[in-house]
Design a protein around this ligand. Structure first.
Ligand SMILES: N[C@@H](CCC(=O)N[C@@H](CS)C(=O)NCC(=O)O)C(=O)O
Length: 197
């Protein structure tokens, strides 16, 4: 298994975290986003989206962190994606939340603060605080995002950009349930440390 990866990317970290939590190994191939390598013909030939993460397993390629989590769970660690219709629906709902609300809120604020991506930081942080408030509400009612007895790929998909919200200038102090959930994830066997600058 190979993972085309960029060390500071939260989306790539989701996959590395899940590999750790499920005791799997992959060869890590670094794609230098700072140098624009993801838009060069050699990389576009294997991922026309020009983005990481990209997983290659058993000769097949798969792009998108959420999709990769689903694939890895289905193939190697099914307990992270239980075979129950309602549970799968709830997990899909949170995967979608990671790809939309988190991506445009806390993740976008982090990219603006850390990497100087142009944009309205205050408006993005305001959007991110709405996300934090919503997740706080959910985690005040349930230990895990998809409301199951155990963590699922929904937690893995949402964890990175919530745990790194501080890097986007967002203070997690007012969100005790999110902080406790982060602690629960950090305590899981095989946990992989967050990316550091
Ligand atoms: N929906 C995709 C988003 C992937 C994504 O935005 N990747 C970023 C790194 S975090 C990237 O490759 N950016 C470089 C670019 O778009 O040129 C996922 O969840 O994997």
């Amino acid at each position: 298994m190979q993972l085309h990866d960029f060390p500071l990317s939260g989306n790539c970290y989701k996959v590395r975290l899940f590999l750790g939590l499920t005791g799997q190994r992959a060869e890590i191939i670094t794609v230098n986003l700072a140098a624009g390598e993801q838009k060069q013909p050699a990389f576009l030939a294997i991922n026309p989206r020009g983005q990481v993460p990209l997983l290659v397993d058993q000769g097949s390629r798969l792009a998108d962190s959420q999709a990769i989590l689903v694939y890895l769970a289905r193939r190697y660690a099914p307990q992270w994606l239980p075979d129950d219709a309602l549970q799968q629906g709830r997990i899909a709902s949170w995967l979608s939340y990671a790809a939309n609300e988190l991506h445009h809120g806390p993740a976008a604020a982090r990219v603006m603060k850390l990497f100087g991506r142009p944009g309205d930081l205050e408006a993005t942080q305001a959007k991110a605080r709405q996300v934090l408030a919503m997740v706080e509400l959910q985690l005040g009612r349930h230990a895990w995002l998809a409301e199951g007895e155990a963590p699922s790929v929904a937690d893995v998909a949402n964890y990175p950009y919530l745990a790194m919200a501080g890097e986007g200038g967002l203070d997690l102090t007012p969100y005790p349930h999110i902080r406790q959930w982060c602690d629960r994830i950090r305590a899981l066997p095989g946990y992989v440390e967050l990316p550091h600058l």
